[in-house]
Design a protein around this ligand. Structure first.
Ligand code: NAI
Ligand code: F6P
Length: 408
């Protein structure tokens, strides 16, 4: 039996293989992926290793790109008893997820079943961290899992299962192995930058507030709210605005879209003058340092080595238009601080205009606009009052952007 500490990662997709598993593996964990995709799990078990291609570095002296080898990985299906046995495993320390926010509902029953089995088997303390693009994703997962536990299982989980929230930041676009001479179809391509910030005080273990086996590259904080809002209302807000405006202009990738001067002006206005100003007020960020953080993010969007499709970045517009999410969230924060807005409403309007027959939420959104009328629908989605300044700005931008290629 391996003496290494073990970690189970739910979702062997881009962020799982390209970000979370590499950090776990490089920190000494034996990584077990779990996924609904049987072919993917079979491939993981056949190959047992894969490469992480760092897309934006010059790499080695001879100009080769850096490829990090992630070895000794294993896979189990997320729908069967193998997963429950993995959750029972005495060496298990950590469970992470990167499946997409709406999927947390679907994995909660397996987690609850695994926790019951672990208690029955006399297992030790574990932590569960949902690495999804949302504020409080782990708390949402914890609530779903706790609802499925009662009696001694619930008591045991309260003592022995930590549920820290986190913020995850690394751009991991879909990867074409052939284009990169990749040895395995499991290989992934990532930007060099990453930031994984975890709520330290919620970690359970030998030393409260820390992992028994620390992870290189994971930052612990007791002020996650600030990191979370800074990331979601900057990186994700900017990304979404670039994607929706780029899509309206018929552009395909994020780097092409941010190269468009009109789009860049809207993004800079939204991030510096609006979301950024509100974030600095709320979290006391130093303005100059926050300005640098924004500009660093814009250079990440400009990175032509990371060819990220606007359709991927704009996927599921209704989730992205959620009240606490990347577009409406910062706009609501601006209203709290009486910061007037022109650019965030343009991003919100562009999201409302996002038309993609292959995206269910885009189809649902268009139908809702037709049936309910735009004015009412904006109120329903955003909570902004009919006739308020921001409501008027969104309507104005929507009218200007509709059918026009001019976006600023
Ligand atoms: N790709 C990126 O650059 C980033 C993504 N994220 C977040 O990470 C999450 C995952 O995103 P990606 O890796 O891009 O998506 P992805 O689609 O590449 O990977 C998701 C994986 O979850 C699996 N899955 C779906 N249902 C499942 C279930 N019931 N049980 C187990 N596995 C299941 C899928 O088969 C897939 O392999 C999302 O919440 C996203 O917002 C966060 C930061 C960066
Ligand atoms: O994964 P989501 O929430 O659909 O949004 C796409 C976003 O995910 C990321 O890929 C990673 O944060 C961002 O680049 C982008 O803003």
């Amino acid at each position: 039996m391996s003496v290494k500490p073990r970690a189970i990662h739910f979702g062997a997709g881009n962020i799982g293989r390209g970000f979370i598993a590499p950090l776990l593996s490089q920190s000494g964990y034996h990584v077990v992926f779990t996924d609904v995709d049987k072919d993917l799990i079979d491939t993981i078990n056949e190959e047992k290793s894969y490469g992480v291609h760092i897309l934006d570095t010059n790499g080695t002296e001879d100009g080769e790109k850096e490829v990090q080898e992630i070895i000794h990985v294993k896979g189990v299906l997320s729908t069967g008893n193998d997963l429950i046995r993995e959750i029972e495993h005495p060496k298990l320390k950590l469970i992470t997820t990167a499946v997409g926010l709406p999927i947390l509902d679907k994995i909660a029953p397996a987690l609850a079943k695994g926790i019951k089995a672990r208690r029955a088997a006399g297992g030790g303390t574990i932590n569960i961290i949902a690495c999804e693009n949302a504020i409080g994703a782990t708390a949402q997962l914890a609530e779903k899992v706790r609802k499925l536990l009662d009696g001694q299982d619930a008591e045991w989980a309260a003592q022995h299962v930590g549920f820290p929230n986190c913020s995850v930041d690394r751009i991991v676009p879909p990867f074409n192995p052939e284009e990169h001479d990749a040895e395995s179809e499991l290989d992934v391509g990532v930007e060099e930058f990453f930031e994984w910030v975890v709520e330290g005080p919620s970690l359970k273990g030998e030393k409260p507030g820390a992992l028994d086996v620390p992870i290189d590259g994971m930052t612990l904080t007791d002020n996650l709210a600030a990191y979370n809002e800074r990331k979601l209302f900057t990186l994700n807000a900017g990304h979404a605005i670039v994607a929706y405006l780029g899509h309206l202009k018929g552009l395909q990738t994020v780097d092409e879209s941010i190269a468009d001067e009109e789009i860049a002006a809207v993004v800079r206005g939204a991030l510096h003058e609006e979301a950024g100003a509100a974030l600095c007020r709320k979290h006391n960020f130093e303005e100059k340092a926050h300005g640098k953080y924004i500009e660093k993010i814009i250079t990440r969007f400009q990175n032509a080595a990371v060819k990220d499709d606007v359709v991927r970045v704009g996927r599921q517009p209704l989730r992205k238009l959620g009240r606490g999410d990347r577009l409406v969230g910062p706009a609501r924060m601006c209203t709290e601080y009486n910061i007037s807005m022109r650019h965030l409403p343009r991003g919100i309007a562009a999201a409302l205009l996002y038309h993609n027959e292959e995206d269910e939420q885009s189809v649902e959104m268009r139908k809702a606009i037709e049936e309910k009328g735009l004015e009412k629908y904006i109120v329903e989605l955003t909570g902004f009052e009919d006739g308020s300044d921001i409501h008027k700005e969104i309507l104005k931008s929507y009218a200007e952007l509709n059918g026009s290629k001019k976006v600023a």
